[in-house]
Write a protein that binds this ligand. Sequence first.
Ligand SMILES: Cc1ncc(COP(=O)(O)O)c(C=O)c1O
Length: 347
Amino acid sequence: MNVDELDTPAVVCDLDKLGRNIRDMAARCRQIGIPLRSHTKSHKIPEIAHMQLASGAIGICCQKLGDAEVMVAAGIRDILVPYNVVGPIKVERLLRLARRAAMTVAVDSVDTAQGISEGARRLGGTVRVLIELDTGAHRCGVQSPQAALDLARKIVELPGIDFQGVMTYPSRADAKPFLDETVSLLRGDGIPVDVVSGGGTGHEAISKELGCTETRSGSYVWEGLSRVQNSGDLSDERCPLRIIVTVVSVPTENRIIVDGGIKTFTTFRTAPYGLCVEYPEIKMHAMSVEHGHVDVSGCSHRFRVGERLQWIPNHQEIALNMHDELVGYRGRQVEVVWPVAGRGKVK
Ligand SMILES: Cc1ncc(COP(=O)(O)O)c(C=O)c1O
């Protein structure tokens, strides 16, 4: 089948471009000399995770346990969940995963660590743990090297926990004093620090400069070697993912309506919502839930009902997460249909 015969809206992916983005990132990390741990939140598709591992990634990341369950079921055996796993239901799920895979999680409080330790005592098993450091992103994370030391001293005493080191996100150059002081305080106290995990697409070299033992990148599968910051940066060449839509109405000379709106593209960032591959000058200036409103005043082409257009959404990861499957093609021929297996797995 040809991709141009698929019913719409269809989320499709140019497999050659996807493969190139995966290989390029693996090559960049090899060249820099930093091990890559691929973050699979960007696609939630086990087959793509296996491609990343085959290209040299040392393991994967999943932001949520639900994603990790999908990836372990697909045979992946080294997973970092850089997230506080809180509550007995989740701890039990984590320990079940830890029987089948090397599971590492991030914690930033003794409450989270104790919850995991108590679960491990009840159910058996061990979980690897990193302390999350807030080196400037102001999300989770302990606030100072001394706070990391205080927490590490408590964690290393807890049964069922294998303390491994520290993590931060994203890797920022100005995080070096925080990281250096933390590692030296912990080691000075006799606490081994085997893992220093940094991350963020485009931050690989900074991870290396920070002394990280691995770097977690994810969005590179869709965006190439550095983050796409706004719709002006989207390009047919670097972005393999696109959404094929059909023109369902031409209400005026200057406006067409396509069969995908907020539930197809998401409203990430402001208009224009993504880039039309065939006519980059036309702009999706607004969306209803199921309609895309496109301003075609800057284009000489006369659009007709039934025409198909390919769109690169502003945020490929979030848009893909709205759909059940991703169709992979090469030279316009459909080669594979991957279920987005981690979609909706937000628990
Ligand atoms: C903790 C963590 N690590 C790594 C990443 C991957 O970053 P990027 O999508 O820029 O590759 C993210 C992205 O949100 C993240 O939250």
